[in-house]
Design a protein around this ligand. Sequence first.
Ligand SMILES: [Zn+2]
Length: 265
Amino acid sequence: MTEPTPYEAYAIRYATVARKSAENFIGGDAHEQGERMDYFVWLVRNAERTFIVDTGFNAAAAHKRKREFLRSPAEGLRLLGVDAATVENVIVTHLHYDHIGNFDLFPKARFHLQDRELAYATGRYMSTEFFSYAYELDEVIAMVRNVYAGRVEFHDGDAEIAPGISVHHIGGHTQGLQAVRVWTRVGWVVLASDGSHYYANMGTGRPFPVVASVTEMVDGWRKVRSLASDVRHVVPGHDPLVMKKYRAPSPELEGIAVRLDAEPI
Ligand SMILES: [Zn+2]
């Protein structure tokens, strides 16, 4: 079998917010200042293909949820030479508001989604605010509209999207979360998304408090690690350390984007 062409992978930071420790770890101190939460979309590309992983929220959603909006994810993509309007493949790790806004900016895209995520986001648990809080109803409805328009490609569990890039059901944080495994010049890199918000969630065994199943979240940490060539190549979904462990691809992108197909510091 020939090896797939390696992909480049980038994290693009578009928003940030201060957090209390209890907001990041079950059992965390309610008063203690915690790690900031950074918000990212991810770009995966090689000469043949381009994939965007998640689409982020917009300025209106940032205002509503009191997040500090740095720039539109589309602007971050543009700085890396990608025109959101022409992107054909978007992998949606899950349907929480911070991962699926900005649909209007991706008019040509097909969306890759787990069956279980749409079932969860439109099913019985959404009548309990604890589970529905991180979903934005209008965004979930927009995804249902995409289903009816034939623009959603469903996956059930693990699936190869193209040579060298695959999705893997993780669960835990939501019922249908999926991580993305990417073949790169440094081996298999895993975009865990909210399979682990911070390095410390999976690294110290402390679950994140927005959760559908704590046991599945713990299983998910094991799974994302097993998918990567090395545990250091598992990239968490919201950790500001990502911007420190990896380098910007150019001086102009300092603080905006980092290249993940590299050895982390
Ligand atoms: Zn998230």
